[in-house]
Design a binder for this molecule. Sequence first.
Ligand SMILES: [Zn+2]
Length: 400
Amino acid sequence: MLKFSFSPWLRALLILGLATLGGYAYWAHSPLPERADIVPTQYLRLKRDFIEGARSQSGEINSFILNSTGPNGEQLTIDTLWIGEKTAEKIFLHISGTHGVEGYAGSAIQSALLQEKLVAPDNSAIVFLHALNPWGMAHKRRVNESNVDLNRNFIGDKSKFSGSPQGYRDAEWFLNPEGLPSRMDLFFPNAIFLIGRYGFATLKQAIAGGQYDFPHGIYYGGSRMESSNRFLKRFLLQNFSKVKTLIVVEVHTGLGEWGKDLLFWPLDAEHPKTLRLSKLIDEKLDSDDPRDGAGFKTPGDLQGEAPKLLPDTDIYWIVQEFGTYGPIATLRALINENAYQQSAERPDTSHWSKAELLEIFTPGNAEWQQMVLDRGIAIGRKVIKKLADPLWQGDPSPEG
Ligand SMILES: [Zn+2]
């Protein structure tokens, strides 16, 4: 007769293992918190709020209709509002919705700014671009109708739409698993293994930096410039080529500390433009270097590519990024939602993986939503208030 005897150590280990598994199962199945409504997350409602606010201003409204539609066949548009002279030399441009499911915050900020009558100083204009990726906002996805991350896709040179970092290819089995996702996944042990092997900063850059080889994978940059970005390119070229100074605030969510914002800025801390901008808006600017902080470098991002399109324009492009749950939880939600979207016959916007993705990028917590709205409004107002300042044009020097 066989007899099993466990040593006390083995027994303790077994109990600990079962407790961990039970705790994980409980956590993975626990319901998401109630959602506040300070930042609404319904695309049509946000668009209606924006258009209503835009109509209350004296400005010009234009809409670009996308070929794709919302989950219930709704028409999807990118809407713009132009307040001030069409031939202005100095322009403030506010952009929301580059990343679909991140776009609700930026949209709510825009509608809040439009609550009061906005007046552009002489020779300047205030421009809003609402929902660059309306498909993602309507379908609760970060990417667009072609599974493309628009902020890895703003590339003029066709030959650049290829390749992927070695780290991404090595981790592809983990990033883009086949089949429907399960709440009881092996995400955490796999993530610990990968971080141990590559290091956190290297892995973050390799994954989030974008890839052009896996069309169904996460952080895919596409094989050609997508319709939203082709619209943006035309919009920038037609309206801002002859502009002297262009100040852009593009709102994102997901990176950084809960409810706080980072102002990502591509130049060194000591660059004269950095000092000038920092002085003008009285804010600290953040580096997007993956080694120091939450950021990372991406090819094909709007902030990096727009200046190449407008070589004669002095551009101040700020990415205002609001922190939520941190990079690990964000990655897990992105992997699960993408696995669902790629495997489901008819993806449903109310699936748990989409609810989790929504919570990760636009938390339902009322305090978070209020903090985001307040800071978004504050930055918008600061730029508008300073729009007439001659310092934007570099004269006098930031030290003087
Ligand atoms: Zn984003």
